[in-house]
Design a protein around this ligand. Sequence first.
Ligand code: HEC
Length: 116
Amino acid sequence: MKIRSLVVLLALASSFANAGGDAARAGAEKSAVCAACHGADFNTPVSADIPLLAGQYPDYLARALIDYKSGARKNPVMNGQTTALSAQDIGDISAYIGGLRGKLKSIPLQRFLSSN
Ligand code: HEC
């Protein structure tokens, strides 16, 4: 494993361990700029092509942000939004947004299969 990935993972692990505590508080400040598009509660995005984030799994959010930052996931807006984020920032932001209440929910597999 590359050293950089290890550093990112360690920072994330410590952030998640603090979820709801320091990381979430720091994440609230660091994600203020993100609210311009994703909505102040991260549950009311300003347009239909911007995803809901509140209540998403923190590790999913972190993965998305890491991939935008590295360019593995391509989106001109989000690639730009993530260039300046450190591993600590990503962990804090993911802990904060993941801890918010939101409309995201999983559909029970059986219901999904029977409707498709
Ligand atoms: C200018 C508007 C804008 C801003 C500001 C913005 N985003 Fe986004 N965000 C988007 C759009 C549009 C997408 C969908 C991109 C795609 O299709 O991959 C997105 C996607 C995401 C995703 C992926 C969600 C998923 O379900 O896969 C995450 C996570 C995310 N943004 C977090 C953030 C964070 C954290 C910030 C602040 C650092 C931020 N965004 C700032 C517009 C924005």
